[in-house]
Design a protein around this ligand. Structure first.
Ligand SMILES: Cc1ncc(COP(=O)(O)O)c(C=O)c1O
Length: 293
Protein backbone atom coordinates (compact mmCIF):
# COMPACT_ATOMS: atom_id res chain seq x y z
CA UNK A 1 0.00 0.00 0.00
CA UNK A 2 1.20 3.54 -0.78
CA UNK A 3 -0.07 6.41 1.38
CA UNK A 4 -0.97 9.60 -0.43
CA UNK A 5 0.28 11.61 2.58
CA UNK A 6 1.72 10.71 5.96
CA UNK A 7 -1.53 11.86 7.58
CA UNK A 8 -3.12 8.70 6.16
CA UNK A 9 -0.85 6.70 8.47
CA UNK A 10 -2.46 8.07 11.66
CA UNK A 11 -4.33 5.43 13.67
CA UNK A 12 -4.69 1.70 13.10
CA UNK A 13 -2.03 1.11 15.75
CA UNK A 14 -1.20 -2.42 16.96
CA UNK A 15 -2.96 -3.95 19.97
CA UNK A 16 -0.49 -6.11 21.85
CA UNK A 17 -1.18 -8.69 24.54
CA UNK A 18 0.73 -8.21 27.83
CA UNK A 19 0.98 -11.84 28.88
CA UNK A 20 3.55 -11.26 31.61
CA UNK A 21 1.02 -9.12 33.54
CA UNK A 22 -2.09 -11.23 33.15
CA UNK A 23 -3.78 -12.78 36.20
CA UNK A 24 -5.40 -16.15 35.46
CA UNK A 25 -8.52 -15.88 33.28
CA UNK A 26 -8.02 -12.23 32.32
CA UNK A 27 -6.48 -10.83 29.14
CA UNK A 28 -4.65 -7.48 29.15
CA UNK A 29 -3.96 -5.68 25.87
CA UNK A 30 -2.29 -2.39 25.12
CA UNK A 31 -2.72 -0.16 22.10
CA UNK A 32 0.73 1.08 21.10
CA UNK A 33 0.15 4.68 20.13
CA UNK A 34 3.81 5.41 19.45
CA UNK A 35 3.19 3.71 16.09
CA UNK A 36 1.52 6.93 14.99
CA UNK A 37 3.77 8.99 12.65
CA UNK A 38 4.38 11.72 15.27
CA UNK A 39 5.15 9.13 17.93
CA UNK A 40 2.11 9.57 20.18
CA UNK A 41 -1.63 9.20 20.63
CA UNK A 42 -2.01 12.94 20.12
CA UNK A 43 -1.65 12.56 16.33
CA UNK A 44 -5.26 11.37 16.37
CA UNK A 45 -6.68 14.46 18.07
CA UNK A 46 -4.31 16.80 16.21
CA UNK A 47 -5.38 15.49 12.81
CA UNK A 48 -9.10 15.52 13.61
CA UNK A 49 -8.83 19.11 14.94
CA UNK A 50 -6.91 20.33 11.85
CA UNK A 51 -9.22 18.49 9.43
CA UNK A 52 -12.41 19.90 10.98
CA UNK A 53 -10.91 23.41 11.11
CA UNK A 54 -9.89 23.23 7.43
CA UNK A 55 -13.34 21.98 6.44
CA UNK A 56 -15.11 24.77 8.34
CA UNK A 57 -12.85 27.48 6.85
CA UNK A 58 -11.72 28.62 10.34
CA UNK A 59 -8.05 28.26 9.41
CA UNK A 60 -8.22 30.54 6.36
CA UNK A 61 -5.59 33.27 6.80
CA UNK A 62 -4.92 32.26 10.40
CA UNK A 63 -2.24 30.44 12.35
CA UNK A 64 -3.29 27.47 14.46
CA UNK A 65 -2.38 28.08 18.10
CA UNK A 66 -2.74 25.86 21.16
CA UNK A 67 -1.24 25.18 24.56
CA UNK A 68 0.46 21.81 24.82
CA UNK A 69 2.92 20.11 27.10
CA UNK A 70 4.53 18.40 24.14
CA UNK A 71 2.93 15.52 22.30
CA UNK A 72 0.02 17.54 20.93
CA UNK A 73 2.51 20.18 19.82
CA UNK A 74 4.53 17.63 17.88
CA UNK A 75 1.30 16.37 16.32
CA UNK A 76 0.18 19.85 15.23
CA UNK A 77 3.70 20.65 14.03
CA UNK A 78 4.16 17.71 11.68
CA UNK A 79 0.54 17.68 10.52
CA UNK A 80 0.80 21.43 9.86
CA UNK A 81 3.95 20.81 7.80
CA UNK A 82 2.26 17.99 5.88
CA UNK A 83 -0.94 19.93 5.17
CA UNK A 84 0.53 23.44 4.78
CA UNK A 85 -1.01 24.91 7.96
CA UNK A 86 1.06 27.42 10.04
CA UNK A 87 1.33 26.42 13.72
CA UNK A 88 2.21 28.20 17.00
CA UNK A 89 2.57 26.33 20.31
CA UNK A 90 2.42 27.64 23.88
CA UNK A 91 4.24 25.36 26.32
CA UNK A 92 5.73 25.50 29.82
CA UNK A 93 9.44 26.28 29.48
CA UNK A 94 10.44 23.06 31.27
CA UNK A 95 9.07 20.54 28.74
CA UNK A 96 11.74 18.19 27.46
CA UNK A 97 14.38 19.65 25.16
CA UNK A 98 13.76 16.90 22.61
CA UNK A 99 10.14 17.96 22.20
CA UNK A 100 10.98 21.63 21.71
CA UNK A 101 13.55 20.76 19.04
CA UNK A 102 11.26 18.41 17.17
CA UNK A 103 8.42 20.96 17.07
CA UNK A 104 10.81 23.67 15.84
CA UNK A 105 12.24 21.38 13.18
CA UNK A 106 8.77 21.11 11.63
CA UNK A 107 8.63 24.91 11.48
CA UNK A 108 6.30 25.56 14.43
CA UNK A 109 6.66 28.81 16.38
CA UNK A 110 7.10 28.19 20.13
CA UNK A 111 5.94 30.54 22.89
CA UNK A 112 6.99 29.71 26.48
CA UNK A 113 4.80 30.04 29.55
CA UNK A 114 5.89 30.05 33.20
CA UNK A 115 7.05 26.52 34.13
CA UNK A 116 5.81 26.98 37.71
CA UNK A 117 2.27 27.39 36.42
CA UNK A 118 2.56 24.01 34.60
CA UNK A 119 0.12 23.26 31.79
CA UNK A 120 -2.56 25.55 33.24
CA UNK A 121 -0.19 28.50 32.77
CA UNK A 122 0.16 27.58 29.08
CA UNK A 123 -3.63 27.43 28.74
CA UNK A 124 -4.01 30.91 30.31
CA UNK A 125 -1.32 32.43 28.07
CA UNK A 126 -2.80 30.92 24.88
CA UNK A 127 -6.26 32.23 25.82
CA UNK A 128 -4.85 35.71 26.40
CA UNK A 129 -3.03 35.76 23.04
CA UNK A 130 -6.22 34.73 21.23
CA UNK A 131 -8.26 37.37 23.11
CA UNK A 132 -5.71 40.06 22.20
CA UNK A 133 -5.54 39.19 18.46
CA UNK A 134 -8.58 37.12 17.48
CA UNK A 135 -8.06 37.56 13.72
CA UNK A 136 -4.52 36.29 13.82
CA UNK A 137 -5.15 32.92 15.46
CA UNK A 138 -7.30 29.86 15.13
CA UNK A 139 -7.50 28.60 18.70
CA UNK A 140 -7.42 24.81 18.35
CA UNK A 141 -8.14 24.45 22.10
CA UNK A 142 -7.65 20.72 22.59
CA UNK A 143 -9.26 21.02 26.05
CA UNK A 144 -12.59 22.28 24.67
CA UNK A 145 -12.59 21.11 21.06
CA UNK A 146 -15.01 18.20 20.54
CA UNK A 147 -12.93 17.09 17.54
CA UNK A 148 -10.46 15.76 20.14
CA UNK A 149 -12.74 13.10 21.70
CA UNK A 150 -14.34 12.56 18.27
CA UNK A 151 -10.98 11.32 16.93
CA UNK A 152 -11.14 8.52 19.50
CA UNK A 153 -14.82 7.81 19.11
CA UNK A 154 -14.34 7.36 15.35
CA UNK A 155 -10.88 5.79 15.44
CA UNK A 156 -9.53 4.36 18.70
CA UNK A 157 -12.84 2.82 19.84
CA UNK A 158 -13.61 1.25 16.47
CA UNK A 159 -10.11 -0.19 16.27
CA UNK A 160 -10.27 -1.66 19.79
CA UNK A 161 -13.66 -3.17 19.02
CA UNK A 162 -12.44 -4.74 15.79
CA UNK A 163 -9.09 -5.87 17.18
CA UNK A 164 -10.71 -7.64 20.16
CA UNK A 165 -13.56 -8.89 17.94
CA UNK A 166 -16.02 -7.25 20.30
CA UNK A 167 -14.67 -9.06 23.37
CA UNK A 168 -13.38 -5.98 25.24
CA UNK A 169 -14.94 -5.74 28.73
CA UNK A 170 -12.89 -2.92 30.33
CA UNK A 171 -11.10 0.12 28.89
CA UNK A 172 -8.52 1.66 31.24
CA UNK A 173 -7.27 5.00 29.93
CA UNK A 174 -5.22 7.92 31.23
CA UNK A 175 -6.61 11.45 31.43
CA UNK A 176 -4.65 14.22 29.72
CA UNK A 177 -7.25 16.50 28.18
CA UNK A 178 -9.71 13.63 28.60
CA UNK A 179 -10.07 13.22 24.83
CA UNK A 180 -8.90 9.61 24.75
CA UNK A 181 -11.05 8.35 27.61
CA UNK A 182 -14.18 10.30 26.65
CA UNK A 183 -14.14 9.46 22.95
CA UNK A 184 -13.03 5.85 23.33
CA UNK A 185 -15.62 5.38 26.06
CA UNK A 186 -18.42 6.73 23.86
CA UNK A 187 -17.40 4.66 20.86
CA UNK A 188 -17.13 1.44 22.85
CA UNK A 189 -20.37 1.99 24.77
CA UNK A 190 -22.22 2.60 21.49
CA UNK A 191 -21.19 -0.93 20.51
CA UNK A 192 -21.68 -2.54 23.93
CA UNK A 193 -23.20 -0.49 26.78
CA UNK A 194 -21.72 -2.91 29.34
CA UNK A 195 -18.07 -2.05 28.62
CA UNK A 196 -16.58 -0.49 31.76
CA UNK A 197 -14.76 2.82 31.24
CA UNK A 198 -12.06 3.48 33.84
CA UNK A 199 -9.97 6.66 33.86
CA UNK A 200 -6.50 7.04 35.35
CA UNK A 201 -5.03 10.11 36.98
CA UNK A 202 -1.86 10.78 38.98
CA UNK A 203 -2.28 10.34 42.72
CA UNK A 204 -0.74 13.75 43.49
CA UNK A 205 -0.91 17.26 41.96
CA UNK A 206 2.91 17.33 41.55
CA UNK A 207 3.82 14.08 39.82
CA UNK A 208 6.20 12.51 37.35
CA UNK A 209 3.69 11.06 34.91
CA UNK A 210 4.04 13.58 32.08
CA UNK A 211 0.93 13.78 29.91
CA UNK A 212 -1.46 12.86 32.73
CA UNK A 213 -3.56 15.46 34.53
CA UNK A 214 -4.51 15.50 38.21
CA UNK A 215 -8.12 16.65 37.85
CA UNK A 216 -8.93 17.85 41.40
CA UNK A 217 -6.11 20.44 41.21
CA UNK A 218 -6.43 21.43 37.51
CA UNK A 219 -8.56 23.59 35.25
CA UNK A 220 -11.14 20.94 34.28
CA UNK A 221 -11.29 20.63 30.46
CA UNK A 222 -14.70 21.30 28.90
CA UNK A 223 -14.49 18.04 26.95
CA UNK A 224 -14.01 16.05 30.18
CA UNK A 225 -17.33 14.75 31.54
CA UNK A 226 -16.58 12.74 34.65
CA UNK A 227 -20.20 11.55 34.92
CA UNK A 228 -19.65 9.37 31.82
CA UNK A 229 -16.97 7.31 33.57
CA UNK A 230 -17.60 4.17 35.56
CA UNK A 231 -14.56 4.77 37.75
CA UNK A 232 -11.41 6.74 38.26
CA UNK A 233 -8.18 5.26 39.66
CA UNK A 234 -5.20 7.12 41.11
CA UNK A 235 -1.73 5.98 40.10
CA UNK A 236 1.41 6.79 42.10
CA UNK A 237 4.38 8.11 40.12
CA UNK A 238 6.66 5.35 41.44
CA UNK A 239 4.20 2.63 40.45
CA UNK A 240 4.01 4.04 36.90
CA UNK A 241 7.78 4.31 36.57
CA UNK A 242 8.37 0.80 37.98
CA UNK A 243 5.81 -0.66 35.61
CA UNK A 244 7.40 1.13 32.63
CA UNK A 245 10.72 -0.55 33.52
CA UNK A 246 9.00 -3.91 33.84
CA UNK A 247 7.38 -3.53 30.41
CA UNK A 248 10.74 -2.67 28.87
CA UNK A 249 12.48 -5.67 30.48
CA UNK A 250 9.76 -8.31 30.29
CA UNK A 251 7.83 -7.39 27.16
CA UNK A 252 10.37 -5.52 25.03
CA UNK A 253 8.09 -2.50 25.03
CA UNK A 254 9.89 0.83 25.41
CA UNK A 255 6.98 2.24 27.41
CA UNK A 256 6.90 5.87 28.52
CA UNK A 257 5.98 6.80 32.09
CA UNK A 258 2.31 7.34 31.40
CA UNK A 259 2.26 4.02 29.52
CA UNK A 260 3.64 2.48 32.70
CA UNK A 261 0.82 4.13 34.63
CA UNK A 262 -1.69 2.81 32.08
CA UNK A 263 -0.40 -0.75 32.48
CA UNK A 264 -0.41 -0.40 36.28
CA UNK A 265 -4.05 0.73 36.14
CA UNK A 266 -4.98 -2.11 33.78
CA UNK A 267 -3.32 -4.59 36.13
CA UNK A 268 -5.20 -3.22 39.16
CA UNK A 269 -8.49 -3.66 37.29
CA UNK A 270 -7.54 -7.12 35.99
CA UNK A 271 -6.70 -8.36 39.50
CA UNK A 272 -10.28 -7.71 40.60
CA UNK A 273 -11.71 -9.93 37.83
CA UNK A 274 -12.15 -13.68 37.33
CA UNK A 275 -12.66 -13.26 33.62
CA UNK A 276 -12.36 -10.34 31.23
CA UNK A 277 -10.60 -8.54 28.40
CA UNK A 278 -8.94 -5.38 29.69
CA UNK A 279 -7.68 -2.90 27.11
CA UNK A 280 -5.38 0.02 27.84
CA UNK A 281 -3.44 2.45 25.69
CA UNK A 282 0.22 3.45 25.72
CA UNK A 283 0.38 7.14 24.73
CA UNK A 284 4.07 7.34 23.80
CA UNK A 285 7.50 5.75 24.03
CA UNK A 286 10.21 6.18 26.66
CA UNK A 287 12.75 7.64 24.24
CA UNK A 288 10.72 10.87 24.37
CA UNK A 289 11.78 11.20 28.04
CA UNK A 290 15.32 9.91 27.98
CA UNK A 291 16.74 13.44 28.21
CA UNK A 292 14.37 14.32 31.10
CA UNK A 293 15.63 14.38 34.70
C1 LIG B 1 1.88 11.30 27.27
C2 LIG B 1 0.40 11.35 27.11
N1 LIG B 1 -0.15 11.90 26.04
C3 LIG B 1 -1.50 11.89 25.86
C4 LIG B 1 -2.35 11.30 26.75
C5 LIG B 1 -3.82 11.22 26.47
O1 LIG B 1 -4.33 12.41 26.66
P1 LIG B 1 -5.78 12.90 26.31
O2 LIG B 1 -6.57 12.70 27.54
O3 LIG B 1 -5.51 14.33 26.00
O4 LIG B 1 -6.32 12.18 25.14
C6 LIG B 1 -1.85 10.80 27.87
C7 LIG B 1 -2.74 10.20 28.83
O5 LIG B 1 -2.45 9.16 29.36
C8 LIG B 1 -0.44 10.80 28.05
O6 LIG B 1 0.08 10.25 29.12
Amino acid sequence: MIFDSLVSAVGNTPLVRLRSLEPKGVEIHAKLEWFNPGGSVKDRAGLQIVREALESGKLRGRTLIDSTSGNTGIAYAWIGAALGVPVALVMPENVSEARKRIARAFGAQIIFSDPLETSDGAIRLARKMVRDEPDRWFYADQYSNEANPRAHELGTAREIWEQTEGRVTHAVLGIGTGGTVMGTGRGLRARNPRVQIIALEPAEPMHGLEGLKHMPSSIVPAIYQEAELDRKLSIETDAGWDMAERLIRDEGLLAGHSAGAAAEGALQVARELDKGVVVTLFPDRADRYIASP
